[in-house]
Design a protein. Structure first.
Ligand SMILES: [Zn+2]
Length: 425
């Protein structure tokens, strides 16, 4: 599929202070930390990584980059965003600060409805122009793979337009790799309020086949919650999507548990996302499956919900967990994935190791990408270098932009100007 495969450069990264590799272990397994390390990338893939004392002789001659003692992780994976949109919604932010809820704003024509009307009025070129710097900003936080959803179109041509924007941006070498998801069932458009079934039929009979025909999305997602789609509506859409070859995702249990989590597990979905209101049956279902629990603590924070997904229970029961930004103009306006690491620790109760795994290997599993989020031979040559004295500072020294170099497929796609001072306090 799209996923902007980098053709691949050759790069030898030396003098890494701490090389942090989540590896392929269980979610709560300790991270592998190698001090004074290297990563050798050839033709865009990792060929070796380990202590400098093990550096293979034939790596000599490869273009080298000294990490200068900085901390290296595999490029971060932001596995849930709505990064293609038109206007921002700071006016709604103020309304929420004044006491309005996300649902009240939506009922008054704001929320997703505002973004839909705005997107309809914009050209594909305009959306490419607006989305490019937003995705480039992700790379500045060390993110090298971003999932991007449609869902502000809610009409066939408009959904296709959004996904074509993603496809165009996916070819740009300076941006992170993009994984496109079709979310035609993001909200019921106002014109279908009296006949929801007709909209579900439109998604199933027209939108999904059109997206499949142009190979514009790899996953199909549905917002299954109060005020969005019911469990049965979600099942109709996801079953058709599976028949057409899409991987499956679901937004579920953000506000009210409707059974979407169990449905997603039953259908073998790659991930269930949100889970703030998941019940015990949902946790049990996830614990016994390969479906990743994708948690979005920035959204609970930004919506001032005072309620967070039960990350500790999910981890203790053995579920795979990912953390993502949910970057979107209404409920989580940030590309800072490391902030989600801090939230994962302080609001959700994860350990530093778990939270870092959740933005690397966890995100990769949520996108069914086995070749990233780790630094083993064969993995994509995506590496982020951070200006911190110890990897735990990535959560502990929170809210900061610690990334100094972002590498995608052995090519530097972003470097902090001037390099900065080492280990600022
Ligand atoms: Zn979302």
């Amino acid at each position: 599929m799209i996923d902007s495969a980098a053709d691949g450069g050759d790069l030898l990264i030396t003098d890494i202070g701490q090389l942090v590799d989540p590896g392929e272990g269980a979610f709560s397994a300790p991270l592998e930390i190698v001090t004074d390390a290297f990563v050798w990338i050839r033709e865009g893939r990792v060929v070796a990584a380990g202590p400098m004392s093990d550096l293979p002789g034939d790596a000599a001659g490869t273009q080298a980059l000294s990490a200068g003692g900085r901390v290296a992780l595999p490029g971060l994976v932001d596995s849930h965003t709505h990064a293609v949109f038109g206007a921002t919604r700071e006016h709604e932010f103020e309304q929420r600060l004044a006491g309005a809820s996300y649902q009240e704003i939506a009922e008054q024509g704001g929320g997703i409805g505002f973004s839909v009307l705005d997107l309809h009025a914009r050209s594909e070129d305009d959306l490419v122009h607006l989305s490019r710097p937003r995705l480039a900003a992700s790379a500045r936080f060390g993110v090298t793979t971003v999932e991007v959803k449609s869902g502000y179109g809610l009409a066939t041509e408009q959904e296709l337009k959004m996904l074509r924007v993603v496809a165009r941006l996916a070819t740009e070498p300076e941006l992170p790799r993009l994984v496109p998801t079709f979310l035609g069932a993001h909200a019921v458009p106002v014109e279908f309020a009296a006949d929801r079934a007709a909209f579900v039929r439109l998604v199933v009979d027209e939108m999904l086949p059109a997206v499949a025909a142009e190979r514009l999305a790899e996953f199909c997602d549905v917002f299954c919650d109060q005020g969005a789609f019911t469990r049965d509506e979600a099942e109709t859409i996801l079953r058709r999507a599976a028949e057409l070859g899409f991987g499956l995702k679901i937004h579920a249990d953000e506000f009210v548990p409707l059974g979407g989590t169990q449905l997603a597990v039953e259908l073998g979905a790659a991930s269930v996302d949100h889970l703030v209101a998941v019940d015990d049956a949902g946790i049990a279902a996830l614990a016994e499956s390969d479906t990743v629990a994708t948690l979005l603590p920035g959204t609970s924070f930004f919506l001032r919900l005072d309620r967070h997904a039960p990350a500790r229970a999910l981890a203790d029961r053995g579920a795979n967990v990912a953390l993502a930004t949910d970057f979107n103009p209404g409920s989580s306006m940030t590309q800072n994935l490391l902030l989600m690491v801090a939230f994962g620790c302080c609001l959700l109760g994860l350990t530093v190791g778990e939270a870092l795994r959740a933005v690397t290997r966890g995100g990769a599993l949520a996108l069914r990408r086995m070749d990233r989020g780790i630094l083993m031979p064969g993995a994509v040559g995506d590496v982020a270098l951070f200006e911190v004295p110890d990897y735990r500072h990535l959560a502990y020294h929170y809210g900061m932009s610690h990334c100094v170099v972002t590498i995608k497929g052995g090519e530097v796609i972003w470097r902090r100007a001037g390099g900065g001072s080492r280990f600022p306090t």
